[in-house]
Design a protein around this ligand. Structure first.
Ligand code: ARG
Length: 462
Protein backbone atom coordinates (compact mmCIF):
# COMPACT_ATOMS: atom_id res chain seq x y z
CA UNK A 1 0.00 0.00 0.00
CA UNK A 2 1.90 2.97 -1.28
CA UNK A 3 0.66 6.07 0.51
CA UNK A 4 2.83 8.41 -1.58
CA UNK A 5 1.00 11.04 -3.58
CA UNK A 6 3.55 10.73 -6.36
CA UNK A 7 4.19 6.95 -6.87
CA UNK A 8 3.19 6.83 -10.55
CA UNK A 9 6.48 7.46 -12.28
CA UNK A 10 8.63 5.60 -9.71
CA UNK A 11 9.64 1.95 -10.02
CA UNK A 12 11.02 1.74 -6.47
CA UNK A 13 9.72 2.94 -3.11
CA UNK A 14 11.71 5.47 -1.11
CA UNK A 15 14.81 4.39 0.81
CA UNK A 16 14.22 4.29 4.53
CA UNK A 17 16.88 6.95 5.05
CA UNK A 18 15.03 9.26 2.65
CA UNK A 19 11.69 8.59 4.32
CA UNK A 20 13.17 9.51 7.69
CA UNK A 21 14.72 12.69 6.36
CA UNK A 22 11.63 13.67 4.43
CA UNK A 23 9.07 13.11 7.17
CA UNK A 24 7.48 16.17 8.74
CA UNK A 25 4.37 14.53 10.12
CA UNK A 26 5.77 14.57 13.68
CA UNK A 27 5.77 18.38 13.65
CA UNK A 28 3.22 19.38 11.00
CA UNK A 29 0.47 17.22 12.51
CA UNK A 30 -0.70 20.28 14.40
CA UNK A 31 -1.92 21.62 11.05
CA UNK A 32 -4.39 18.71 10.69
CA UNK A 33 -7.59 20.60 11.71
CA UNK A 34 -6.68 23.39 9.29
CA UNK A 35 -5.95 20.87 6.52
CA UNK A 36 -9.42 19.37 6.96
CA UNK A 37 -11.05 22.83 6.93
CA UNK A 38 -9.14 23.54 3.71
CA UNK A 39 -10.33 20.25 2.21
CA UNK A 40 -13.93 21.08 3.04
CA UNK A 41 -13.65 24.46 1.32
CA UNK A 42 -11.87 22.85 -1.63
CA UNK A 43 -14.62 20.21 -2.02
CA UNK A 44 -17.17 23.02 -2.25
CA UNK A 45 -15.36 24.78 -5.11
CA UNK A 46 -14.87 21.45 -6.91
CA UNK A 47 -18.64 21.06 -6.71
CA UNK A 48 -19.21 24.64 -7.92
CA UNK A 49 -16.92 23.89 -10.87
CA UNK A 50 -18.95 20.78 -11.73
CA UNK A 51 -16.22 18.36 -10.68
CA UNK A 52 -18.16 16.83 -7.77
CA UNK A 53 -21.91 16.05 -7.85
CA UNK A 54 -24.09 17.25 -5.00
CA UNK A 55 -24.19 13.72 -3.66
CA UNK A 56 -20.41 13.36 -3.91
CA UNK A 57 -19.98 16.67 -2.08
CA UNK A 58 -22.28 15.47 0.69
CA UNK A 59 -20.44 12.16 1.07
CA UNK A 60 -17.09 13.94 0.89
CA UNK A 61 -18.13 16.40 3.60
CA UNK A 62 -19.39 13.53 5.78
CA UNK A 63 -16.11 11.65 5.25
CA UNK A 64 -14.12 14.75 6.23
CA UNK A 65 -16.30 15.07 9.35
CA UNK A 66 -15.53 11.49 10.37
CA UNK A 67 -11.84 12.05 9.74
CA UNK A 68 -11.92 15.26 11.76
CA UNK A 69 -13.48 13.44 14.72
CA UNK A 70 -10.91 10.64 14.51
CA UNK A 71 -8.07 13.15 14.36
CA UNK A 72 -9.50 14.99 17.38
CA UNK A 73 -9.91 11.79 19.41
CA UNK A 74 -6.51 10.47 18.40
CA UNK A 75 -8.05 7.43 16.67
CA UNK A 76 -6.35 8.50 13.46
CA UNK A 77 -2.75 9.73 13.34
CA UNK A 78 -0.08 10.16 10.71
CA UNK A 79 3.02 7.96 10.48
CA UNK A 80 6.54 8.41 9.12
CA UNK A 81 5.44 6.50 6.01
CA UNK A 82 2.85 9.22 5.36
CA UNK A 83 5.63 11.82 5.06
CA UNK A 84 3.49 14.83 5.95
CA UNK A 85 0.11 15.80 7.41
CA UNK A 86 -1.43 16.39 3.98
CA UNK A 87 -0.53 12.89 2.76
CA UNK A 88 -1.67 11.29 5.99
CA UNK A 89 -5.08 12.98 5.82
CA UNK A 90 -5.51 11.95 2.19
CA UNK A 91 -4.88 8.35 3.28
CA UNK A 92 -7.41 8.81 6.07
CA UNK A 93 -10.00 10.06 3.59
CA UNK A 94 -9.33 7.24 1.12
CA UNK A 95 -9.75 4.73 3.96
CA UNK A 96 -13.11 6.26 4.84
CA UNK A 97 -14.52 6.97 1.36
CA UNK A 98 -12.81 4.44 -0.88
CA UNK A 99 -10.42 5.35 -3.71
CA UNK A 100 -13.03 6.46 -6.27
CA UNK A 101 -14.52 9.32 -4.31
CA UNK A 102 -11.56 9.90 -1.94
CA UNK A 103 -9.24 10.23 -4.93
CA UNK A 104 -11.19 13.17 -6.39
CA UNK A 105 -10.35 15.73 -3.74
CA UNK A 106 -6.79 16.30 -4.85
CA UNK A 107 -7.79 17.81 -8.20
CA UNK A 108 -6.59 21.37 -8.66
CA UNK A 109 -4.59 21.67 -5.47
CA UNK A 110 -1.07 20.89 -4.37
CA UNK A 111 0.57 20.45 -1.02
CA UNK A 112 2.40 23.66 -1.92
CA UNK A 113 -0.69 25.86 -1.87
CA UNK A 114 -2.21 23.81 0.94
CA UNK A 115 0.70 24.19 3.31
CA UNK A 116 1.08 27.92 2.60
CA UNK A 117 -2.60 28.42 3.43
CA UNK A 118 -2.79 26.21 6.51
CA UNK A 119 0.37 27.71 7.95
CA UNK A 120 -1.18 31.17 7.70
CA UNK A 121 -4.34 29.94 9.42
CA UNK A 122 -2.37 28.32 12.24
CA UNK A 123 -0.20 31.38 12.85
CA UNK A 124 -3.20 33.74 12.71
CA UNK A 125 -4.89 31.72 15.46
CA UNK A 126 -1.74 31.79 17.57
CA UNK A 127 -1.19 35.51 16.97
CA UNK A 128 -4.59 35.93 18.64
CA UNK A 129 -3.68 33.61 21.52
CA UNK A 130 -0.37 35.37 22.10
CA UNK A 131 -2.07 38.77 21.78
CA UNK A 132 -4.52 37.72 24.51
CA UNK A 133 -1.74 36.56 26.83
CA UNK A 134 0.14 39.77 26.15
CA UNK A 135 -2.94 41.82 27.09
CA UNK A 136 -3.11 39.95 30.40
CA UNK A 137 0.51 40.91 31.11
CA UNK A 138 -0.18 44.53 30.14
CA UNK A 139 -3.15 44.54 32.51
CA UNK A 140 -1.05 43.11 35.34
CA UNK A 141 1.56 45.82 34.77
CA UNK A 142 -1.10 48.53 34.67
CA UNK A 143 -2.42 47.14 37.98
CA UNK A 144 1.08 47.27 39.44
CA UNK A 145 1.45 50.89 38.31
CA UNK A 146 -1.95 51.89 39.67
CA UNK A 147 -1.38 50.20 43.02
CA UNK A 148 1.84 52.21 43.48
CA UNK A 149 0.79 55.41 41.77
CA UNK A 150 2.72 57.69 44.17
CA UNK A 151 5.90 55.65 44.76
CA UNK A 152 9.12 57.36 43.66
CA UNK A 153 12.24 55.46 42.59
CA UNK A 154 15.67 56.31 41.25
CA UNK A 155 15.42 56.63 37.48
CA UNK A 156 18.60 55.39 35.82
CA UNK A 157 20.60 55.83 32.67
CA UNK A 158 23.74 53.71 32.20
CA UNK A 159 22.35 51.94 35.29
CA UNK A 160 23.55 54.99 37.30
CA UNK A 161 21.22 57.23 39.31
CA UNK A 162 19.93 59.85 36.89
CA UNK A 163 16.69 61.55 38.02
CA UNK A 164 13.86 60.45 40.31
CA UNK A 165 10.85 59.00 38.49
CA UNK A 166 7.55 57.51 39.55
CA UNK A 167 7.67 53.71 39.76
CA UNK A 168 4.38 53.76 37.83
CA UNK A 169 6.03 55.77 35.04
CA UNK A 170 8.80 53.18 34.77
CA UNK A 171 6.36 50.25 34.71
CA UNK A 172 4.20 52.00 32.10
CA UNK A 173 7.27 52.38 29.86
CA UNK A 174 7.25 48.59 29.55
CA UNK A 175 3.50 48.61 28.93
CA UNK A 176 4.05 51.04 26.04
CA UNK A 177 6.58 48.67 24.44
CA UNK A 178 4.28 45.68 24.86
CA UNK A 179 1.43 47.73 23.39
CA UNK A 180 3.46 48.22 20.21
CA UNK A 181 4.11 44.46 20.09
CA UNK A 182 0.37 43.85 20.36
CA UNK A 183 -0.22 46.36 17.58
CA UNK A 184 2.40 44.59 15.45
CA UNK A 185 0.52 41.33 15.90
CA UNK A 186 -2.75 42.95 14.76
CA UNK A 187 -1.14 44.59 11.74
CA UNK A 188 0.61 41.34 10.83
CA UNK A 189 -2.70 39.50 11.07
CA UNK A 190 -4.30 41.96 8.67
CA UNK A 191 -1.43 41.55 6.18
CA UNK A 192 -1.61 37.75 6.47
CA UNK A 193 -5.36 37.56 5.81
CA UNK A 194 -4.78 36.49 2.16
CA UNK A 195 -5.28 32.89 1.01
CA UNK A 196 -2.83 31.05 -1.29
CA UNK A 197 -5.32 28.18 -1.89
CA UNK A 198 -5.88 27.75 -5.63
CA UNK A 199 -2.27 28.56 -6.51
CA UNK A 200 -1.70 24.84 -7.10
CA UNK A 201 1.95 23.81 -7.24
CA UNK A 202 2.94 27.28 -8.48
CA UNK A 203 0.99 28.20 -11.64
CA UNK A 204 -2.67 28.20 -10.59
CA UNK A 205 -5.40 25.79 -11.64
CA UNK A 206 -6.92 24.95 -15.03
CA UNK A 207 -10.09 23.54 -13.45
CA UNK A 208 -12.10 26.74 -13.05
CA UNK A 209 -11.91 26.67 -9.24
CA UNK A 210 -12.75 29.80 -7.28
CA UNK A 211 -9.87 30.84 -4.98
CA UNK A 212 -11.88 33.79 -3.63
CA UNK A 213 -14.64 31.44 -2.45
CA UNK A 214 -12.08 29.25 -0.66
CA UNK A 215 -10.52 32.36 0.91
CA UNK A 216 -13.90 33.56 2.21
CA UNK A 217 -14.71 30.07 3.47
CA UNK A 218 -11.44 29.89 5.44
CA UNK A 219 -11.80 33.35 6.98
CA UNK A 220 -9.22 35.21 4.89
CA UNK A 221 -10.76 38.68 5.00
CA UNK A 222 -8.54 40.03 2.23
CA UNK A 223 -9.36 37.35 -0.35
CA UNK A 224 -6.95 35.18 -2.32
CA UNK A 225 -3.40 35.92 -3.50
CA UNK A 226 -2.84 37.91 -6.68
CA UNK A 227 0.08 35.74 -7.80
CA UNK A 228 0.23 31.95 -7.51
CA UNK A 229 4.05 31.86 -7.53
CA UNK A 230 4.19 34.34 -4.67
CA UNK A 231 1.37 32.47 -2.94
CA UNK A 232 3.31 29.21 -2.81
CA UNK A 233 6.86 30.54 -2.42
CA UNK A 234 6.64 33.52 -0.08
CA UNK A 235 7.29 33.08 3.62
CA UNK A 236 7.81 36.68 4.71
CA UNK A 237 4.63 36.24 6.76
CA UNK A 238 6.49 33.57 8.74
CA UNK A 239 9.64 35.68 9.13
CA UNK A 240 7.60 38.67 10.26
CA UNK A 241 5.76 36.53 12.78
CA UNK A 242 9.13 35.24 14.03
CA UNK A 243 10.34 38.82 14.36
CA UNK A 244 7.29 39.93 16.35
CA UNK A 245 7.56 36.96 18.70
CA UNK A 246 11.31 37.57 19.08
CA UNK A 247 10.60 41.23 19.83
CA UNK A 248 8.10 40.21 22.49
CA UNK A 249 10.80 37.95 23.94
CA UNK A 250 13.30 40.80 23.92
CA UNK A 251 10.82 43.16 25.58
CA UNK A 252 10.09 40.54 28.25
CA UNK A 253 13.83 40.04 28.77
CA UNK A 254 14.25 43.75 29.54
CA UNK A 255 11.58 43.57 32.24
CA UNK A 256 13.08 40.28 33.43
CA UNK A 257 16.56 41.72 33.82
CA UNK A 258 15.20 44.54 35.96
CA UNK A 259 13.22 42.17 38.14
CA UNK A 260 16.38 40.12 38.66
CA UNK A 261 18.34 43.21 39.66
CA UNK A 262 15.54 44.69 41.81
CA UNK A 263 15.23 41.34 43.59
CA UNK A 264 18.87 41.29 44.74
CA UNK A 265 19.77 41.90 48.40
CA UNK A 266 21.65 45.03 47.32
CA UNK A 267 18.66 46.62 45.59
CA UNK A 268 15.82 45.08 47.63
CA UNK A 269 13.24 46.95 45.55
CA UNK A 270 10.92 43.99 45.13
CA UNK A 271 10.13 40.62 46.68
CA UNK A 272 8.80 37.81 44.52
CA UNK A 273 5.83 35.74 45.65
CA UNK A 274 6.76 32.24 46.83
CA UNK A 275 4.47 30.69 44.21
CA UNK A 276 6.47 32.39 41.46
CA UNK A 277 10.01 31.74 42.75
CA UNK A 278 12.14 28.63 43.12
CA UNK A 279 14.53 27.28 45.75
CA UNK A 280 17.98 25.75 45.66
CA UNK A 281 18.73 22.04 46.07
CA UNK A 282 21.71 22.81 48.32
CA UNK A 283 21.30 26.32 49.78
CA UNK A 284 18.22 26.32 52.02
CA UNK A 285 17.92 30.11 52.15
CA UNK A 286 17.71 30.66 48.37
CA UNK A 287 14.69 32.10 46.61
CA UNK A 288 15.46 32.51 42.95
CA UNK A 289 13.82 34.57 40.18
CA UNK A 290 13.73 31.63 37.74
CA UNK A 291 10.76 32.90 35.74
CA UNK A 292 12.61 36.11 34.93
CA UNK A 293 15.77 34.15 34.10
CA UNK A 294 13.87 31.77 31.82
CA UNK A 295 12.31 34.75 30.08
CA UNK A 296 15.78 36.19 29.54
CA UNK A 297 17.03 32.83 28.27
CA UNK A 298 14.07 32.10 26.03
CA UNK A 299 14.44 35.48 24.32
CA UNK A 300 17.72 34.15 22.90
CA UNK A 301 15.91 31.11 21.58
CA UNK A 302 13.20 33.27 19.98
CA UNK A 303 15.88 35.38 18.27
CA UNK A 304 17.49 32.14 17.04
CA UNK A 305 14.19 31.01 15.52
CA UNK A 306 14.04 34.27 13.56
CA UNK A 307 17.62 34.24 12.32
CA UNK A 308 17.49 30.53 11.40
CA UNK A 309 14.38 31.13 9.36
CA UNK A 310 15.85 34.14 7.54
CA UNK A 311 18.91 32.04 6.67
CA UNK A 312 16.65 29.34 5.23
CA UNK A 313 14.85 31.90 3.04
CA UNK A 314 17.95 33.74 1.86
CA UNK A 315 18.59 33.32 -1.90
CA UNK A 316 15.92 30.66 -2.26
CA UNK A 317 14.80 30.69 -5.91
CA UNK A 318 11.11 30.78 -6.80
CA UNK A 319 8.85 28.94 -6.47
CA UNK A 320 8.45 26.18 -3.86
CA UNK A 321 11.61 24.39 -2.72
CA UNK A 322 11.72 21.65 -0.13
CA UNK A 323 13.89 23.89 2.03
CA UNK A 324 10.60 25.51 2.94
CA UNK A 325 9.65 22.51 5.04
CA UNK A 326 12.19 23.93 7.53
CA UNK A 327 9.96 26.99 8.04
CA UNK A 328 7.55 25.45 10.53
CA UNK A 329 9.48 24.14 13.54
CA UNK A 330 11.08 27.49 14.44
CA UNK A 331 7.81 29.42 14.63
CA UNK A 332 5.87 26.55 16.14
CA UNK A 333 8.54 26.66 18.83
CA UNK A 334 8.20 30.45 19.16
CA UNK A 335 4.44 30.02 19.74
CA UNK A 336 4.96 27.21 22.23
CA UNK A 337 7.60 29.11 24.20
CA UNK A 338 5.63 32.34 24.49
CA UNK A 339 2.41 30.54 25.31
CA UNK A 340 4.15 28.77 28.19
CA UNK A 341 6.21 31.77 29.32
CA UNK A 342 3.65 34.59 29.30
CA UNK A 343 1.23 33.18 31.92
CA UNK A 344 4.10 32.52 34.37
CA UNK A 345 5.60 35.94 33.69
CA UNK A 346 2.24 37.65 34.23
CA UNK A 347 1.80 35.76 37.50
CA UNK A 348 5.24 36.88 38.68
CA UNK A 349 4.54 40.54 37.88
CA UNK A 350 1.00 40.48 39.30
CA UNK A 351 2.18 39.13 42.66
CA UNK A 352 5.47 40.88 43.33
CA UNK A 353 5.71 43.09 46.41
CA UNK A 354 7.18 46.56 46.02
CA UNK A 355 9.47 47.84 48.77
CA UNK A 356 8.31 51.43 48.77
CA UNK A 357 10.56 52.59 51.61
CA UNK A 358 13.70 51.29 49.90
CA UNK A 359 12.84 52.86 46.54
CA UNK A 360 12.03 56.21 48.11
CA UNK A 361 15.16 56.15 50.26
CA UNK A 362 17.28 55.78 47.12
CA UNK A 363 15.25 58.09 44.85
CA UNK A 364 17.19 61.26 45.79
CA UNK A 365 20.54 59.49 46.37
CA UNK A 366 23.50 59.79 44.05
CA UNK A 367 22.82 63.54 43.54
CA UNK A 368 19.84 62.71 41.33
CA UNK A 369 18.40 66.20 41.97
CA UNK A 370 21.37 68.02 40.39
CA UNK A 371 19.41 68.55 37.17
CA UNK A 372 16.66 70.18 39.23
CA UNK A 373 19.16 72.74 40.55
CA UNK A 374 20.30 73.51 36.99
CA UNK A 375 16.73 73.87 35.71
CA UNK A 376 15.78 76.03 38.73
CA UNK A 377 18.68 78.34 37.83
CA UNK A 378 17.44 78.50 34.22
CA UNK A 379 14.04 79.61 35.52
CA UNK A 380 15.93 82.43 37.37
CA UNK A 381 17.35 83.57 34.02
CA UNK A 382 20.77 81.86 34.21
CA UNK A 383 21.97 80.40 30.87
CA UNK A 384 21.86 76.58 30.97
CA UNK A 385 25.60 76.28 30.23
CA UNK A 386 26.37 78.23 33.42
CA UNK A 387 23.59 76.54 35.40
CA UNK A 388 24.96 73.09 34.50
CA UNK A 389 28.42 74.18 35.67
CA UNK A 390 27.10 75.57 38.98
CA UNK A 391 25.01 72.46 39.74
CA UNK A 392 28.09 70.36 38.96
CA UNK A 393 30.07 72.33 41.53
CA UNK A 394 27.37 71.65 44.13
CA UNK A 395 27.87 67.93 43.46
CA UNK A 396 31.65 68.29 43.72
CA UNK A 397 31.29 70.13 47.06
CA UNK A 398 28.94 67.42 48.40
CA UNK A 399 31.26 64.62 47.31
CA UNK A 400 34.18 66.30 49.09
CA UNK A 401 32.13 66.69 52.28
CA UNK A 402 30.40 63.33 52.05
CA UNK A 403 26.91 64.89 52.19
CA UNK A 404 23.79 65.08 49.99
CA UNK A 405 22.70 68.20 48.05
CA UNK A 406 20.00 69.25 50.53
CA UNK A 407 22.62 69.19 53.34
CA UNK A 408 24.57 72.11 51.85
CA UNK A 409 24.15 75.23 54.01
CA UNK A 410 22.86 78.55 52.64
CA UNK A 411 26.43 79.89 52.96
CA UNK A 412 27.90 76.98 51.03
CA UNK A 413 25.33 77.46 48.25
CA UNK A 414 26.06 81.19 48.08
CA UNK A 415 29.81 80.54 47.98
CA UNK A 416 29.35 78.35 44.91
CA UNK A 417 27.23 80.97 43.08
CA UNK A 418 25.36 84.15 44.06
CA UNK A 419 22.41 82.81 42.01
CA UNK A 420 21.98 79.99 44.55
CA UNK A 421 19.64 81.71 47.02
CA UNK A 422 17.99 79.67 49.80
CA UNK A 423 14.87 79.34 47.56
CA UNK A 424 16.75 76.61 45.64
CA UNK A 425 15.82 74.25 48.48
CA UNK A 426 12.31 74.17 47.01
CA UNK A 427 13.44 71.80 44.26
CA UNK A 428 15.69 69.69 46.47
CA UNK A 429 13.06 67.15 47.35
CA UNK A 430 11.73 64.27 45.30
CA UNK A 431 8.01 65.18 45.23
CA UNK A 432 8.87 68.71 44.03
CA UNK A 433 11.18 67.34 41.35
CA UNK A 434 8.57 64.85 40.12
CA UNK A 435 5.75 67.38 40.09
CA UNK A 436 7.81 69.81 38.02
CA UNK A 437 8.13 67.36 35.06
CA UNK A 438 4.53 67.84 34.11
CA UNK A 439 4.71 68.11 30.32
CA UNK A 440 3.11 65.42 28.15
CA UNK A 441 4.86 62.07 28.69
CA UNK A 442 6.71 63.30 31.79
CA UNK A 443 6.99 61.66 35.18
CA UNK A 444 4.83 64.14 37.16
CA UNK A 445 1.89 62.42 38.89
CA UNK A 446 -0.51 64.54 36.79
CA UNK A 447 1.16 63.46 33.51
CA UNK A 448 1.35 59.81 34.58
CA UNK A 449 -2.38 59.88 35.33
CA UNK A 450 -3.02 61.05 31.76
CA UNK A 451 -0.73 58.30 30.42
CA UNK A 452 -2.47 55.67 32.53
CA UNK A 453 -5.82 56.73 31.08
CA UNK A 454 -4.49 56.46 27.53
CA UNK A 455 -2.93 53.05 28.12
CA UNK A 456 -6.13 51.71 29.67
CA UNK A 457 -8.25 53.07 26.82
CA UNK A 458 -5.89 51.33 24.35
CA UNK A 459 -6.12 48.05 26.23
CA UNK A 460 -9.90 48.25 26.27
CA UNK A 461 -10.13 48.29 22.45
CA UNK A 462 -7.31 45.78 21.85
N1 ARG B 1 5.56 19.09 3.74
C1 ARG B 1 5.93 20.13 2.81
C2 ARG B 1 6.22 21.40 3.56
O1 ARG B 1 5.97 21.47 4.71
C3 ARG B 1 4.82 20.38 1.85
C4 ARG B 1 4.89 19.39 0.78
C5 ARG B 1 5.40 19.93 -0.47
N2 ARG B 1 6.23 18.93 -0.98
C6 ARG B 1 6.59 18.86 -2.25
N3 ARG B 1 7.35 17.90 -2.59
N4 ARG B 1 6.21 19.76 -3.12
O2 ARG B 1 6.73 22.36 3.00
Amino acid sequence: DDVRLWGGRFADGPAEALARLSASVHFDWRLAPYDIAGSRAHARVLHKAGLLTADELRRMTDGLGLLEADVASGAFTGTVADEDVHTALERGLLERLGPDLGGKLRAGRSRNDQVATLFRMYLRDHARIIGGLLAELQEALVGLAEAHADVAMPGRTHLQHAQPVLFAHHVLAHVQALGRDAERLRQWDDRTAVSPYGSGALAGSSLGLDPEAVAADLGFERGSVGNSIDGTASRDFVAEFAFITAMIGVDLSRIAEEVIIWNTKEFSFVTLHDAFSTGSSIMPQKKNPDIAELARGKSGRLIGNLTGLLATLKALPLAYNRDLQEDKEPVFDSCDQLEILLPAFTGMMATLTVNRARMEELAPAGFSLATDIAEWLVRQGVPFRVAHEVAGECVKECEARGIELDQLTDEQFAAISPHLTPEVRGVLDVPGSLASRNGRGGTAPSAVTVQLGEVKADLAVQ
